[in-house]
Design a protein. Structure first.
Length: 397
């Protein structure tokens, strides 16, 4: 565990200055002239982007129906040491608003959007920056983009869908941008507009990460909201299952990282990778010799030292290349397995066990008082209308 903590601390020390530099350059507007590394979060309208960002940042972002994110939001997360107090700041158009509590974030962003894009449903390409410093967030910077909509609603501009797509494309088409596509699990992924846009600018998928947002609790609230007891019990069970699945997935991921510490000396795949790297290095040496023969001759006077260093470098490159490939393949599979497959199976099994408990079945299906009153009202209305229909039928005869 100490080695893992040391690795994380070393990583934070190296990565934080790079993130700060990129954020400073973006604030200066350098992105208009030079493409900067970024992670762009995109998704269809109501795809669950806000839930993902709230889970990362620990703050409530603007929510609601229609277009909620109306300006690109740069979410800058800075990890503090344990015990340090939460700090926040919203910046836009030479205006800075200091925040002392996470609950102030939503209102501050809404004010910023109204100031930049106007009060209404229009969008703008001007950035709003949200800085969050807390012991409970990772060192990370994300750009949240407006959700994709197909049809203009109410007072929205007729071409609102085209405006949003054009804005999103200016970010995701850059080679320096990683595209984080949020997809709800209760829709057909193949028909998702956000994923189609990402595939259009990144056909190989090298810069695209798909995040499937589970919607078990949302479906539960929509379909069984009238049965309060069942809803509360099911939500508690879902939370318990989720925590267990997360723990199992984390243990398995940690195991894979430990397994990667084994050098694949006898692995045929490792040998092939090493062979490829050696061939590339040899090709580079030939090119150098052609360009500058004098330097090549001078270096050849120390063959033993050069060969030892070169061999070590080649082995390190081959080892880390295979580690990256293995982890890149396995980690997404583990997460997908636990979130999409076993999570759903566990929920199905738990719900069936709940309903098989006949002693509590009537309690689970007990309706709220207002639902009962609505049903009684509808029954009385149905009787009145039925009697009226009969009288009208007799009158026409």
């Amino acid at each position: 565990m100490d080695s893992v903590n040391n690795l994380c601390r070393h990583y934070e020390e190296k990565v934080r200055p790079c993130i700060d530099l990129i954020d400073t350059l973006r604030a200066l507007g350098v992105e208009q002239d030079l493409a900067l590394p970024a992670i762009a979060v995109i998704g269809d309208q109501s795809s669950g982007k806000s839930s993902v960002l709230e889970a990362l940042s620990g703050v409530a972002l603007p929510r609601g129906s229609g277009i909620v994110t109306r300006c690109p939001l740069v979410l800058k997360l800075r990890k503090l040491k344990e015990g340090e107090e939460w700090r926040g700041k919203v910046s836009y158009d030479d205006i800075e608003v200091e925040l002392s509590d996470p609950s102030e974030v939503e209102e501050a962003i809404n004010k910023g959007q109204n100031f930049i894009a106007g009060v209404g449903l229009g969008i703008s390409d001007k950035l709003i920056s949200l800085d969050v410093s807390s012991p409970n967030v990772p060192d990370l910077t994300l750009i949240d983009l407006p959700g994709i909509t197909r049809v203009a609603v109410g007072n929205q501009p007729a071409d609102i869908g085209r405006q949003i797509k054009r804005l999103i494309k200016t970010y995701i088409q850059k080679q320096e941008t990683i595209n984080l596509v949020v997809v709800p699990s209760n829709v057909d992924i193949a028909t998702t507009e956000a994923l189609s846009m990402a595939q259009e600018v990144d056909p190989e998928g090298d810069r695209t990460i798909e995040m499937v947002q589970t919607a078990f609790v949302k479906i539960l609230s929509n379909d069984f909201g009238d049965f309060l007891n069942l809803c509360c019990t099911a939500k508690s069970k879902i939370k318990e299952i989720r925590l267990n699945q997360e723990k199992e997935a984390e243990n398995l991921i940690r195991l894979h990282f430990q397994m990667e510490q084994i050098v694949y000396c006898q692995d045929q795949v490792y040998k092939e990778t090493l062979k490829t790297i050696r061939e590339k290095e040899a090709e580079k040496e030939k090119t150098k010799a052609l360009i500058n023969p004098a330097t090549f001759q001078n270096n050849s006077q120390f063959p033993q030292k050069g060969l030892t260093t070169t061999e070590m470098t080649q082995h390190l490159k081959a080892y880390y290349q295979e580690c990256r490939r293995n982890i890149g393949r396995q980690i997404p599979l583990i997460i997908q397995y636990f979130i999409l497959k076993t999570f759903g199976e566990e929920i199905e099994k738990t719900m069936l066990q709940l309903l098989q408990d006949t002693s509590k079945c009537s309690w689970f299906l007990e309706e709220q008082s207002d639902t009962r009153e609505k049903k009684k009202f509808l029954k009385r209305r149905l009787l009145r209308l039925d009697e009226a229909r009969q009288k009208l039928a007799k009158f026409s005869d």
